[in-house]
Design a protein around this ligand. Structure first.
Ligand SMILES: Nc1ncnc2c1ncn2[C@@H]1O[C@H](COP(=O)(O)OP(=O)(O)OP(=O)(O)O)[C@@H](O)[C@H]1O
Ligand SMILES: [Mg+2]
Length: 209
């Protein structure tokens, strides 16, 4: 593997097993990659090849019957494969944020977009209402949502799929994390919206470098 001076996340020889009724099944074997600062890394593979479980394993979010059978995951000098609950909760969101495949199942249907964002900001240390409100506007602008008032007062089901995905990205940005893992953030969207979400993520990465 190519050695780079500035590795942020290194996955080495990862293997993931699932305990199933018919025994232990190895879903991922010998996966290695390095993500450097400012880089975008894409996992490509057919359905069922293990892209999602590889991503989940980084933050120890595998289903209960899954486990990291072999390998190491290192983030910024931290051995995530051996991390305890406290280390994981410090890394989740704060250092590494994740956008899931289906925003409708991640966003709480009875909470408005503004409430989702303010919860996230409060979790990440924004104390006062006025700074939170300003930050929400900033975040929505970053994901190219300009009718801020309408969107922050909307429930997820009142928004289009593309809009919801933008809100998910805004939530991830609210964490100010250094790594963003996006598990097929455009599945289920039409091709034009897919392109605009990918362009948006691309631009955000470029701005952050
Ligand atoms: N909880 C589980 N129990 C048993 N097997 C599982 C479990 N979760 C995932 N797997 C298996 O792990 C393998 C990898 O699944 P994964 O969801 O990572 O695929 P993927 O590459 O993300 O596919 P897609 O492109 O369809 O999203 C699959 O064979 C899947 O059946
Ligand atoms: Mg997947």
């Amino acid at each position: 593997m190519e050695q780079n001076k500035n590795p942020l996340l290194t996955v080495s020889h990862l293997a993931i097993d699932f305990e199933t009724r018919s025994g232990i099944v190895r879903a991922v074997e010998d996966v290695s990659f390095t993500l450097n600062k400012g880089e975008t890394l894409a996992l490509v593979g057919e359905s069922g090849s293990g892209k999602s479980v590889t991503a989940y394993s980084i933050l120890n979010l595998l289903d209960k019957n899954g486990r990291l059978a072999e390998g190491e995951i290192n983030y910024h000098g931290m051995a995530l494969h051996n991390a305890d609950k406290q280390m994981l909760s410090e890394v989740r969101g704060r250092e590494i944020a994740m956008i899931f495949q289906n925003p409708m199942s991640t966003l709480n249907p009875i909470r408005k977009v503004g409430e989702h964002l303010s919860d996230m900001l409060r979790t990440h240390g924004f104390p006062s209402f006025s700074t939170i409100s300003e930050e929400i506007t900033k975040l929505l602008h970053q994901v190219e949502i300009y009718d801020v008032e309408r969107v922050r007062n909307a429930y997820p089901f009142e928004l289009s799929g593309g809009m919801c995905q933008r809100v998910m990205i805004a939530l991830a940005l609210a964490c100010k994390s250094r790594v963003l893992i996006a598990d097929e953030p455009t599945t289920g969207l039409d091709v034009t919206t897919q392109k605009s979400i990918m362009d948006l993520i691309d631009n955000l990465v470029k701005k952050k470098v």
